[in-house]
Design a protein. Structure first.
Length: 423
């Protein structure tokens, strides 16, 4: 249910609706002329990506530190509640972003702050998984949670489409003056998130304080993280290699979803309504895929799911790139969504298998840190290819290159029993 609630932030706020409102509606409001409009929207995208780059730095610094605090001090549940509710509060502030270019930075900063809190909340939520599962059913439980997130996105996007966007200003009839029909969407999303996350916030199993834990201080926390990395380099090279390789291919997977709306609108001419409809279809397919992928994880092991999923995504992505038609984007784009979720879910499960008991939250903090440390790869490769070929569609080539690099670094890792089917 937590995944189903928080998915509204990534799908409605970050990917398909509110970020588009900020980079297009807010950034280009009152601008006349096709060239000027394009320049304003490009500037909006630049501002948003810059804010998110700073957010990635903050997450990289805080995720392992707070994970260390949660593991050592038994404060995991408190931090889970604080970061989740802070995400909700940030979304509630988003209606302040008026349809005026002077509000562009406010919108970008609010989205970036929401990303920070939601990513940190995810660190603490992921660490609950080992407490509520066994090695034999962890893949199914993780996959079901991912599927619930996708299905939550579908329902939330559907309500947003009918209630706020179609027909005209939506069935709720909220005026479009100054963008109020779109500015009201974050209020609904915040309520959706609160309802979905409340059960876990109330019922997450307790994580007791470690008996050997010293008094926690920020500098001691970073010192412990440094020791953790040194210990991983010396005693857990497989864990360290996995954190680096998974960070690369996970960034490629993240870029697929975060840039799907940009590709659909700028490369294939989708309208706002069509982008939302594509988002609903994408989440529907992804939810179905990750539900089946969780069972494949239990049967074949996470290593097989990750390798097979990445290979299939690269092949289908190449078909999209070569075909270059709207129909190919629809068909192949949805097929890609079938495999993205299983790879993400299997990656989370694999980390729980590699983590030692009582270090899960700290390891997931490092998981988030390495992910953010390489978080520039997907967007940078996308932007580089667009610039080189002067064609938004060619940005897909950059994403595929990042996925391929991640696969090449992951395949040689000797995961042993952690990568195979659980006994």
């Amino acid at each position: 249910m937590w995944d189903g609630g928080m998915s509204a932030f990534s799908s409605v706020i970050l990917t398909f609706v509110f970020a588009t409102y900020v980079t297009s509606g807010v950034a280009a409001h009152g601008i006349e002329g096709e060239a000027a409009m394009k320049a304003a929207r490009d500037h909006g995208s630049e501002v948003l990506s810059t804010a998110q780059a700073w957010a990635a730095v903050v997450i990289a610094l805080l995720a392992p530190l707070l994970g260390n605090l949660a593991d050592a001090g038994g404060r995991r549940n408190l931090l889970l509640r604080v970061t989740t509710l802070a995400t909700v509060a940030t979304v509630l502030c988003m209606p302040l972003v008026r349809m005026d270019p002077s509000y562009l930075w406010l919108g970008a900063i609010l989205i970036a702050v929401g990303v920070v809190f939601s990513e940190l909340a995810g660190v603490f939520t992921n660490s609950v998984l080992p407490q509520i599962s066994t090695p034999a059913d962890r893949g199914r439980i993780s996959g079901t949670a991912w599927a619930t997130g996708y299905w939550g996105s579908i329902l939330c996007l559907g309500i947003v489409l009918l209630g706020f966007v179609m027909p005209g200003t939506g069935l709720l009839g909220i005026t479009a003056e100054d963008g109020w029909n779109l500015r009201a969407i974050p209020v609904f999303v915040a309520l959706w998130m609160l309802v979905g996350t409340l059960p876990l916030l109330r019922r997450a199993p307790a994580m007791p304080r470690r008996a050997d834990a010293a008094r926690w201080t920020p500098w001691q926390g970073y010192l412990d993280i440094g020791r953790r990395l040194a210990r991983a380099w010396r005693d857990e090279p497989v864990m360290l290699a996995y954190l680096v390789s998974s960070a690369i291919y996970r960034d490629g997977l993240g870029a697929i979803f975060s840039l799907a709306g940009v590709l659909a609108a700028n490369a294939y001419g989708f309208s706002t309504t069509e982008v939302i409809v594509f988002g609903i279809a994408a989440n529907l397919i992804a939810g179905f895929g990750v539900f089946l992928g969780g069972r494949a994880d239990d049967r074949f092991g996470p290593r097989a799911v990750i390798i097979a999923g990445c290979i299939v995504i690269i092949v289908i992505g190449a078909v999209v790139l070569l075909a270059g038609t709207t129909l190919a984007f629809w068909i192949c784009g949805l097929l890609i969504c079938l495999f993205v979720g299983p790879v993400q879910s299997a990656s989370r499960n694999l980390l729980t298998r590699l983590s030692k008991e009582s270090q899960e939250t700290e390891d997931f903090g490092l998981y988030a840190t390495t992910g953010r440390a390489f978080g520039f790869l997907g967007p940078a490769a996308f932007a580089l290819c667009v610039g080189l070929f002067d064609d938004t569609r060619m940005g897909m080539l950059g994403i595929l290159a990042v996925l391929g690099l991640g696969l090449l670094t992951f395949a040689p890792i000797r995961l042993g029993a952690a990568g195979r089917r659980a006994a």
